[in-house]
Write a protein that binds this ligand. Structure first.
Ligand code: AMP
Ligand code: MG
Length: 422
């Protein structure tokens, strides 16, 4: 299938069909943030574990406070002073109250809490032996948090397949889980190719440029929840390229940039065929037509084109969904927004274009029009990164069209949104 031109969808399907979810691993609680849970989590306790006060105030017997008001308060004798963390051994009897703090266990005998704002300290009300005036009749259960109100023993609190967020971490902490089983983050090897490349702290000599793609790709891997491994630069010869590509089986995924076009020194495809398998390399898209996909020793291999924006767009469309699939996610693609194109654009009709753009809400769209507009974020050369930097979307312009006038409704891939955001 290597010579035929695939549509973006065909290429994406072919890639994802070959990508499998990675094995679950046990990680420290905080490391699970953002990962997909690999098992159900069942609570072995009630949360809260005991009935407790929701307010700072007085624990009372509601019947004692019947008819209480500011004008005609009920006066109760204070028999204990209960801080959070202490279990009272005193029973609140008729005509009695216990001073109580938020989170402290409700003492025996009491059935409700009167908040401190609805009381008046008489003698020594804050301490045992004093008295307190109650200004409001309590109803049994007022401001009492019951045991198991939040979580019951035996309840499944988190479910396999859900994504761990900050609240899940808090819940797990409350239930005493210091570790969780989640799907592993893929280890992604990144290789740049090119005789012209120098390190980012080097001063480029004549004809040389800094190796920026290794870093944009590593950042994209990190943002997608993968673990980037920077293998450095392969020079444009087979021996050098083979030496780095052969390392693919050490990783879950390998991504290279450059060396896949029609240039005399583009050796990545040849090396891939020698040491692995080349599945396809032509996708009807721009930027980034030479999207190369294959395997080396069973490790999926993406050969992205070298132009800085082509490489980022290729990552976004193919590598990012693959990383998410490996991590156990079922939603693999960014949200898409329909928008009205704000300017005339032109393209070649034989392929899909992904223009770097800015999508913005419009306050009062004309009837029937989308509530967003989209415009280009700068010059669209794939060698330039500045338009990509300013973009919050890729404007997807379909095959078959060449002139696309302002006012056309277009689909925008939201680079500024994660899956699951509206
Ligand atoms: P290639 O796909 O190897 O023909 O490269 C296409 C263009 O991208 C050339 O202008 C390269 O200099 C440039 N390029 C390739 N690799 C990188 C890289 N790692 N960082 C920045 N630019 C690159
Ligand atoms: Mg090159």
């Amino acid at each position: 299938m290597s010579a035929e031109m695939l549509s973006v969808e065909q290429a994406r399907e072919a890639v994802l069909a070959r990508i499998a979810r990675l094995q679950p691993v046990r990680v420290e609680l905080l490391e699970s943030l953002g990962c997909v849970l690999a098992c159900d989590v069942v609570s072995d306790i009630d949360v809260s574990p005991f009935d407790n006060s929701a307010m700072d105030g007085y624990a009372v017997r509601a019947a004692d406070t019947a008819g209480a008001s500011v004008e005609v308060p009920v006066v109760l004798r204070v028999v204990d002073h209960i801080a959070a963390g202490r279990v009272s051994s005193v029973r609140v009897g008729p005509g009695e109250a216990a001073r109580i703090m938020t989170g402290a266990p409700i003492p025996a005998g009491a059935d409700s809490i009167v908040m401190v704002e609805q009381t008046e300290s008489l003698e020594n009300a804050g301490s045992t032996g004093g008295t307190v005036a109650i200004h409001r009749a309590a109803i049994a259960g007022d401001h009492v948090r019951l045991a198991g109100e939040d979580v019951r023993v035996g309840e499944t609190v988190l479910h396999a397949g859900e994504v761990v967020n900050a609240a899940s971490v808090g819940l797990m902490a409350a239930l005493g889980f210091a570790q969780l089983d989640v799907y592993r983050r893929p280890r992604v090897a990144i290789v740049s190719t090119g005789d012209e490349l120098v390190g980012i702290t080097d001063i480029p000599g004549p004809g040389q440029i800094r190796n920026s793609n290794t870093y944009s790709l590593a950042a994209q891997v990190l943002a997608a929840g993968g673990e980037p491994h920077l293998l450095g630069i392969a020079r444009d010869n087979e021996a050098d390229t083979r030496a780095l590509l052969e390392r693919a089986p050490e990783f879950d995924l390998m991504v290279t940039t450059g060396g896949v076009s029609m240039g005399d020194f583009d050796v990545v495809k040849d090396v891939l065929e020698q040491i692995g398998q080349l599945d396809f390399w032509k996708v009807a898209m721009r930027p980034g037509a030479p999207q190369t996909y294959g395997t080396v020793g069973g490790t999926p291999f993406f050969g992205l084109p070298g132009n800085p924006t082509s490489t980022m767009v290729g990552f976004e469309l193919f590598v990012r969904p693959a990383i998410r699939k490996m991590r156990g996610f079922t939603t693999l693609d960014r949200p898409r927004t329909l928008a009205t194109l704000a300017e005339d654009t032109r393209k070649k009709s034989d392929r899909r274009y992904f223009m770097r753009g800015i999508v913005e809400p419009v306050e009062t769209p004309p009837p029937g029009a989308p509530s967003y507009t989209a415009r280009l974020s700068g010059r669209q050369s794939s060698a330039m990164l500045t338009a990509m930097h300013r973009a919050n979307c890729l404007i997807s312009l379909p095959e078959g069209l060449s002139q696309i006038p302002a006012g056309t409704i277009v689909e925008c891939i939201r680079l500024d949104m994660e899956e699951g955001t509206p």
